[in-house]
Design a protein around this ligand. Structure first.
Ligand code: CDP
Length: 226
C-alpha cells in the first residue's frame, strides 16, 4: 500500500448477490488494518425504513426523501458491525426476507442512490477503506486503488447462502434462495442507474472452486502490488 498517494487507499469489491463480498472484504480490511464498509447494508436500511413508513417501493419521490433524511451510522463492535438508523439499532432486520424482497427495487431509485453514494464517498475520504457493493469500482470510487469483481455461479452462491441461513437456524429453501438471488441479480444488472457490472480495470475472481481464505489471499496480493 502506497502511503504517499493523495487520495486515501481504497479497495473496491463488487459482485452479484451472495458472492462473498462482505466476508472477503471484512477479512481483507482486518488484515490491512483499514476500515470496511458493506454498502449493501445502507440500501437494506432504506428498504427496511420504507417498510416501517409504509412507503410503496414504486413511490420514488417518497423513497428519495427517506434516503435524504435518513441518519445512517455504522458502529464497529467486536461481534460484528451494527447499523443505527435514526438512533435505532436495526442490524437484525436488514436480512429479513421482506427486505430481500424489495431492496433491489428500492436501490434502483436514482434519488436513493444519489443520497447514499454521497455518504459513501464522504466515508472513503476520511481514510483508507475496503468497500463492497455493486457500483463501487464503476461509480462510487472510480479511482479506487484496487478493484475486484468477485463472482460465483448462481447455484454455488445459493448453496452457500442456504447453508449460512440454516446455520443461523433460519428457515430456508434452496430453490427459493436461488430464485431470490437470480431475481435480485436481474434487477441489479438491468437498472438504468449504476447497474451491476465489472469495471474495465477490475480484476475478476471467481470463487466457485476456491475457499474464502484463498479469495482473501488473492485480494491481499493485488493490494500489495499497488
Ligand atoms: O449480501 P448480498 O450480496 O445478498 O446483498 P447486499 O450486498 O446486502 O445488497 C443488497 C442489495 O442492495 C443489492 O441486491 C442491490 O440491489 C443493492 N446494492 C446496490 O444497489 N448498490 C450497492 N453498492 C450495494 C447494494
Amino acid at each position: 500500500m502506497n502511503a504517499e498517494r493523495s487520495h486515501p487507499f481504497s479497495l473496491a469489491i463488487d459482485g452479484p448477490a451472495a458472492c462473498g463480498k462482505s466476508a472477503a472484504g471484512r477479512a481483507v480490511a482486518r488484515r490491512l488494518g483499514v476500515r470496511f464498509l458493506d454498502t449493501g447494508t445502507m440500501y437494506r436500511a432504506i428498504a427496511w425504513a420504507s417498510i416501517l413508513h409504509r412507503i410503496n417501493p414504486t413511490d420514488t419521490a417518497a423513497l428519495t426523501e427517506l434516503a435524504e433524511s435518513a441518519d445512517i451510522r455504522l458502529a464497529a463492535h467486536a461481534d460484528g458491525d451494527r447499523l443505527m438508523l435514526d438512533g435505532t439499532d436495526i442490524t437484525d432486520n436488514l436480512r429479513l426476507s421482506e427486505v430481500d424482497g424489495i431492496v433491489s427495487q428500492v436501490s434502483a431509485v436514482s434519488g436513493v442512490r444519489r443520497a447514499l453514494v454521497a455518504q459513501q464517498r464522504a466515508i472513503a475520504c476520511r481514510g483508507a477503506i475496503v468497500m463492497s457493493g455493486r457500483d463501487i469500482g464503476t461509480v462510487v470510487l472510480p479511482n479506487a486503488s484496487v478493484k475486484v469483481f468477485l463472482t460465483a455461479s448462481a447455484e454455488v452462491r445459493a448453496a452457500r447462502r442456504h447453508a449460512e441461513m440454516r446455520q443461523e437456524q433460519e428457515a430456508s429453501d434452496y430453490k427459493q434462495v436461488l430464485d431470490g438471488l437470480r431475481r435480485r441479480d436481474r434487477i441489479d444488472s438491468k437498472r438504468d442507474d449504476s447497474p451491476l457490472r465489472q469495471a474495465d480495470d477490475a480484476v475478476m475472481i471467481c470463487s466457485d472452486d476456491i475457499t474464502l481464505e484463498e479469495v482473501v489471499i488473492k485480494i491481499l496480493g493485488l493490494a500489495q502490488q499497488c
